[in-house]
Design a protein around this ligand. Structure first.
Ligand code: HGY
Ligand code: MN
Ligand code: MN
Ligand code: MN
Length: 411
C-alpha cells in the first residue's frame, strides 16, 4: 500500500468551506444543479483544482474535471475519481462533496510525495447528480457514459420551468468538451453511506459491490374542483383523495415486500390548493428502489394496475411520466477486493455491501470498471442538515482511497 497519508486539515477545511457555500437566511444549505449557489460551489472547486495545478476541463453538460497529466503518462487512460457537489434542498455537507474533495486530496498527496503515476489521475464533479431540479438524477455522469444524449440533457426542463442548457450558460459552466472525452481506465468513488448499516455494524469502511435499481415517475391525477361544503362525497372527483390512496398503496406494497424494497413519495402539489376546494389536480412523484430487477419491475407493474383502479373508482384521469429508470449494478470485483485489501492494510474493519442510494459510479460502471468506498453516516441520516460522519472516519476513507489509487494508477 502507499505508506502515505492524506493532509487531514486540508481535506476537512475544504469540506467545511464548501459546506458554507449556498446557505440561505435560515442557514439551510441548498445548491441545486445550475443554480447561482451551484455556481458559487463550482467556482470554489475550480479554484482548488487550479491551486493544485491540475488541467481543468468543463464539458458541455457542465461536468468539471481536474486532470493530473504528467508528461510521463499523458497517453494512458486516466484513473478517474469523483462524485458531485450539487445538493438536495436543506442538505448536509458531505453527500457528494466528500468524494470530490477526497479525490483532489489524494492527487495532491501523491504529487507532494514526488510520485509520478504511470496513469494520469483525474477527479470529476458531475453535474446534477441529485436530480432535484432536473430529472433524471446522476445526469452528468449518465451523459458522460453515453446513457443520455447531451442535447436531450441540455433541453431538460426543471421543476421551476427553466432549461438546463440555458442555466448552465447563465452560470458560466456550459463547457465545450464533448461528454465522454475522457474514457477512464477505472473509476472509484468515495461517499458517505447515507444509511444505517456501517454504524450499526461498527465498521468504518464499506466496500460497495452492488447498487440497487431506481425507478422515478411523476404522476398527475385530474379530477374536478368543487365546493368542499356542498358537494356530496358520492359526487366528488377528488384528485387529492385519489393521490392519497396511491401514496398509501406504494408504502404498503414496499412494507409488505421486505426490507430492501423501498418506496417514497417525496413531492406532491394540489391545485388549486385551497382549504375549501376539492382538489382538481394532484401532481406527485414516486421513487421505487430494489436491489432485484424483477422485484422492481413487479412493483412498477403493481403501481400501474393500481393507478388504473383508482382512476376508475374515483373518476379521475391519470397520466404518468417516467423520470428515471436504472437497473441494479454490480461493481468491479477486482476493485472491490482492492478496497478490502486497502482497508485491511490500514487495520480497518470493512464489509462488503450494497448501496441504497444512487451514485455517479453506477453510470461510470457503463464505461469502465468501477466501485465505491463508503464511510459511516451517523444515525444513518442523509439528505438532511443533520447528516454527519466523524472526522476519523472521513480521514480513514480518504486514506483507503489513497491506497486504492496508488495501486490502480501504478504510482
Ligand atoms: O437519489 C439518489 O439516490 C441520489 O442521491 N441522487
Ligand atoms: Mn451523493
Ligand atoms: Mn444525494
Ligand atoms: Mn448519489
Amino acid at each position: 500500500m502507499s505508506g502515505l497519508a492524506i493532509h487531514e486539515a486540508r481535506l476537512l477545511g475544504r469540506l467545511h468551506a464548501l459546506g458554507q457555500i449556498g446557505r440561505d437566511g435560515e442557514n439551510r444549505l441548498t445548491r441545486l444543479a445550475a443554480s447561482d449557489t451551484d455556481r458559487a460551489g463550482r467556482d470554489a472547486l475550480v479554484g482548488w483544482l487550479r491551486e493544485a495545478d491540475l488541467d481543468v476541463v468543463v464539458d458541455r453538460i457542465g461536468n468539471i474535471f481536474g486532470i493530473w497529466r504528467t508528461h510521463a503518462n499523458a497517453a494512458e487512460a486516466p484513473l478517474l475519481l469523483g462524485s458531485h457537489i450539487d445538493t438536495v434542498i436543506d442538505a448536509g455537507i458531505y453527500d457528494g462533496c466528500y468524494g470530490v474533495l477526497a479525490g483532489l486530496e489524494v492527487i495532491e498527496t501523491l504529487r507532494a510525495a514526488g510520485l509520478t503515476p504511470v496513469r494520469p489521475i483525474a477527479v470529476a464533479a458531475f453535474t446534477n447528480e441529485e436530480g432535484v431540479r432536473y430529472a433524471p438524477d446522476m445526469m452528468g455522469s449518465l451523459v458522460h457514459a453515453g446513457g443520455l444524449s447531451v442535447e436531450e440533457a441540455l433541453a431538460s426542463i426543471g421543476t421551476d420551468g427553466t432549461t438546463l442548457g440555458a442555466e448552465l450558460e447563465r452560470i458560466g459552466y456550459a463547457g465545450v468538451a464533448e461528454p465522454g472525452f475522457l474514457r477512464p481506465h477505472a473509476y472509484v468513488e468515495l461517499h458517505i453511506e447515507q444509511g444505517p448499516v456501517l454504524e450499526r455494524e461498527g465498521v468504518p469502511i464499506g466496500a460497495v459491490a452492488t447498487l440497487q435499481g431506481i425507478s422515478w415517475q411523476r404522476v398527475v391525477m385530474e379530477g374536478t374542483a368543487n365546493h368542499a361544503g356542498t358537494t356530496p362525497m358520492s359526487m366528488r372527483r377528488d384528485a387529492g383523495y385519489a393521490a392519497a390512496r396511491v401514496i398509501a398503496f406504494v408504502n404498503e406494497q414496499a412494507r409488505k415486500a421486505h426490507d430492501p424494497s423501498v418506496a417514497t413519495v417525496g413531492c406532491i402539489a394540489f391545485e388549486p390548493n385551497a382549504i375549501n376546494v376539492i382538489p382538481a389536480r394532484a401532481t406527485f412523484t414516486v421513487d421505487l428502489r430494489d436491489p432485484d430487477e424483477a422485484r422492481l419491475a413487479a412493483g412498477e407493474a403493481a403501481l400501474a394496475i393500481f393507478l388504473d383502479e383508482v382512476a376508475a373508482s374515483e373518476g379521475v384521469s391519470v397520466s404518468v411520466e417516467r423520470l428515471a429508470r436504472f437497473s441494479p449494478v454490480a461493481f468491479d470485483a477486482g476493485i472491490v477486493a482492492l478496497i478490502e485489501q486497502a482497508a485491511a492494510g490500514r487495520g480497518l474493519a470493512y464489509q462488503r455491501m450494497t448501496s441504497g442510494a444512487g451514485h455517479d459510479a453506477q453510470m461510470m460502471a457503463r464505461m469502465a470498471p468501477a466501485a465505491m468506498i463508503f464511510v459511516p453516516s451517523l444515525g444513518g441520516i442523509s439528505h438532511n442538515p443533520r447528516e454527519h460522519t466523524p472526522q476519523a472516519d472521513l480521514v480513514a476513507g480518504a486514506n483507503v482511497l489513497l491506497d486504492v489509487v496508488a495501486c490502480l494508477a501504478d504510482a
